[in-house]
Design a protein around this ligand. Structure first.
Ligand SMILES: NC(=O)NCCC(=O)O
Ligand SMILES: [Zn+2]
Length: 423
């Protein structure tokens, strides 16, 4: 069992305050079902979201599949404005789904026009890797990374891609952390498959060296899944982002304080998974990708905003500055500098995986819905001011799927009309 039942220290208000201070004006959170119930899970998140101070939407996690879940998925899409479902191929015994369930889920997503998302690591093999590390006496945070190597991320990514290809439905791979996973996505996209790959800030900006730090508090703050990889993976992910193999940058912001992380002091499996990112995303992507000359300013807007709005079917309300859009705008000064540290960030956690990092390109003003919500390092929002954004099914990723299905059926040359010869 892995530590996934710990509640993050950030609630909707503190997490969203951090987002606005960092120039992100909408987020989509993952709803975890309660006792397998999508409806109960959504109700719990709706309650928490009453504290919202920024626009938000939801993805729904699917942990089992039966007639009730199938019906509730339809309710989510048609009545609740949720157009994406996430399947975990890891976290065995907690959230993990097997291939049979994934296939059912992919088919249901397709019929509803909803986007299937996967956390791609082979959970059975991770479980084995964890046992191996514990047997070797490797109980610290480095054991987390060693138990779930890139190989297992590549395998699960390839499997999810092939199953989505078999069903002929679009697939979104969340938090792509390794070359192995990225190469599977590159191959699939080259062949024309509708696969979206999302790197996250931590994967682009960090390497795994922190996990080997001799101080447990420092090392444990880097624990997330899939793990932050060895040096080389981050640069390859940056290249993939700049050449279009990966499409947009997320955060998977999910933070725990050092006391929560310390619950795994004797066993890395008990360290809650997750790192910072929502306040740092716009700054670090600018510094890493634009300031370094790897992508243009236009591409920066695309990978941090427009592409996300298109994929989740809320463009041009979001992701554009045109008449009728929501007027979510940031002013980023490319000449000013930022410095990241846990003392000054807005998240409630007492650690930051980018501690001490400096760079160029500072978000000086954030405007949400036409109102200035962050200026002169000051937040001007109150809990309850955020709006829920409904997301319709059948985004652009679904266009032409029915024609592809029809041409598949006509290519089968089957069933063959047979007669039985008499010999
Ligand atoms: N990514 C991570 O470590 N924490 C959030 C849960 C998940 O998506 O795996
Ligand atoms: Zn995940």
């Amino acid at each position: 069992m892995e530590a996934l039942n710990t509640e993050s220290v950030d609630d909707f208000f503190s997490g969203q305050a951090a987002a606005l201070a960092g120039g992100t004006t909408m987020h989509i959170d993952f709803v975890i079902p309660v006792n397998g119930s999508l409806i109960a899970g959504l109700e719990a998140y709706e309650k928490k979201a009453k504290k919202s101070c920024m626009d938000y939407g939801f993805h729904m996690v699917i942990t089992k599949f039966d007639d009730i879940v199938s019906r509730d998925m339809e309710i989510m899409v048609k009545e609740k404005g949720i157009n994406s479902f996430k399947f975990f191929l890891a976290y065995k015994g907690v959230l993990m789904v097997n291939d049979e369930l994934l296939l059912e889920g992919l088919k249901r997503c397709k019929s509803l026009g909803a986007l299937a998302m996967v956390h791609a690591e082979n959970g059975d093999a991770v479980f084995e890797g964890q046992k191996r590390m514990i047997q070797l006496g490797i109980t610290g945070p480095e054991g987390h990374a060693l138990s779930r190597p890139p190989l297992l991320e590549g395998e699960a990514t390839a499997r999810a891609i092939r199953l989505a290809g078999f069903v002929n439905t679009p697939l979104y791979v969340v938090h792509v952390m390794s070359i192995d996973a990225m190469e599977e996505i590159a191959k699939a996209r080259k062949s024309g498959q509708r696969v979206i790959g999302e790197p996250v800030v931590s994967g682009l900006a960090l390497d795994d060296s922190g996990l080997w730090d001799s101080d447990f508090t420092t090392a444990s703050k880097y624990v997330m899944s899939p793990p932050i990889r060895a040096s080389g993976h981050g640069k390859a992910l940056q290249d993939a982002l700049s050449n279009g193999v990966l499409q947009l940058v997320g955060t998977d912001h999910c933070v725990f304080n050092s006391t929560q992380k310390a619950s795994g002091i004797d066993d890395f499996r008990k360290i809650p998974n997750g790192v910072n990112g929502i306040e740092e995303r716009m700054h670090l992507v600018w510094d890493l990708m634009v300031e370094s000359g790897q992508i243009s300013v236009t591409d920066y807007v695309r990978v941090t905003s427009t592409e996300c709005a298109r994929i989740f079917n809320i463009y041009p309300r979001k992701g554009a500055i045109i008449a009728g859009s929501d007027a979510d705008i940031i002013i980023l000064n490319p000449k000013s500098t930022f410095e990241i540290n846990a003392r000054s960030h807005h998240s409630r956690t007492d650690t930051n995986v980018y501690e001490g990092r400096r760079g160029k390109g500072k978000v000086e003003v954030t405007i949400a819905g036409g109102r200035v919500v962050w200026e002169n390092n000051e937040l001007k929002v109150v809990p309850g001011s955020g709006k829920y954004i409904e997301m319709a099914p059948f985004s652009y990723l679904f266009s032409g799927i029915d024609r592809a299905d029809a041409s598949y059926l006509s290519s089968l040359n089957a069933p063959v009309k047979r007669f039985k010869s008499t010999t």
